[in-house]
Write a new protein. Structure first.
Length: 353
């Protein structure tokens, strides 16, 4: 299965220009791009996307060939072949349609996926290790598919969008990949909880929740890949380069903290100003549940959903630990809500211990 149409482009260490990336990811119809070699039933494909074990016995220690191959095998073998072009978007009643179209996320969501595909493809093009290069290139392809899913949703429900900005290939591919990877680790942790909350609330049709379920699980695979790439990459660095790299990681975290402060203003398709919430995955509980929920309880839901989504993958692979650790610490100091509080009952959340 080929995820890039030009082998020479992927094997080169130079950063590709915009024209090359657009040619590969931007304009090919979905049906002409990568497809699984052996099509599975939907249920089988879904199961394979969520459960994987390496055939190698013993410890998968970062820096070893076994670990590196296991990471690449995991990402390739858990590929889910769903196609955005054949998704049947459910009909929505007026209230649900208004609720979805008014969410302050669509411009940022589409733009974020557009940036992610270029950033990951650009970083993959600089890599010399064939296993990790292949995995990250596949990740870039899947990010492009996420963008197509969102684009199809926007078209199906006629959501007004601001004109998309030009997508610029990053000059510093490593920095851009780190920003994207850590950002996905933060956003996915909260998104897992919000997605479960949206399903429990009953405010969104079950068909719509099921449509997005493969995308949510794919995000789990993406951050699993990033966590293991990070552990592997650190082992490849000399002491001097490792110190420099850790300073870059710290700088990325500071940048992400700054980036998530406040709202982003954009112009929609009618030229009107819209607020786009750059922090929706953290602040959007009321939008998806219709009620206020205690921070301690939503963190507990995020922790349980995070553990559930990772549970099917080989436990010897590294997991993202920053957000689960921070959430667990916060829950030890945040006050508990009263049992049976109205907010928790309406959102179908039991007070967590």
């Amino acid at each position: 299965m080929r995820f890039l149409s030009e082998k020479r482009w992927l094997s080169s260490r130079r950063t590709p220009d915009e024209a090359e990336l657009v040619k590969i990811y931007g304009h090919l119809p979905m049906e002409t791009r990568a497809q699984p070699e052996n099509p599975f039933t939907i249920a089988e494909a879904d199961y394979r996307a969520r459960h994987w074990r390496a055939t190698t016995s013993g410890t998968l220690r970062p820096g070893t060939a076994d670990h590196k191959r296991a990471v690449a095998d995991m990402f390739r073998e858990t590929f889910n072949p769903y196609r955005p072009s054949v998704i049947a978007w459910p009909q929505l009643d007026p209230d649900t349609l208004k609720r979805i179209t008014s969410l302050p996320i669509w411009d940022i969501a589409v733009e974020t996926e557009g940036k992610a595909r270029l950033r990951m493809a650009a970083y993959a093009a600089t890599m010399t290790d064939p296993d990790m290069r292949d995995a990250i290139a596949r990740n870039a392809w899947e990010e492009n598919r996420h963008k197509e899913v969102l684009t199809k949703l926007v078209e199906a429900y006629q959501i007004d969008m601001a004109p998309e900005p030009p997508y610029v290939v990053p000059r510093d591919a490593e920095w851009a990949y780190l920003v994207t990877g850590f950002s996905e680790c933060v956003d996915s942790f909260f998104a897992f909880g919000l997605f479960e909350l949206a399903g429990r609330s009953g405010l969104f049709p079950e068909e719509l929740i099921e449509t997005f379920e493969p995308v949510m699980q794919e995000e789990c695979r993406h951050i699993l890949l990033f966590a293991n790439w990070l552990a592997w990459h650190r082992t490849t660095l000399t002491l001097y380069r490792r110190v420099r790299f850790e300073f870059r990681v710290l700088a990325v975290w500071l940048f992400l903290a700054y980036e998530r402060i406040g709202m982003v203003r954009t112009l929609d398709g009618n030229g009107e100003v819209r607020d786009q919430d750059n922090n929706f995955t953290i602040s959007g509980t009321k939008d998806v549940s219709g009620t206020d929920i205690g921070l301690r309880d939503i963190l507990g839901l995020c922790l349980s959903e995070n553990a559930r989504r990772f549970s099917g993958y080989d436990p010897r692979l590294k997991r993202p630990r920053a957000m689960p650790t921070i959430a667990a610490i916060l829950r030890t100091v945040l006050p508990r809500r009263r049992p049976g509080s109205p907010a928790n009952r309406s959102a179908n959340i039991s007070p967590s211990p």
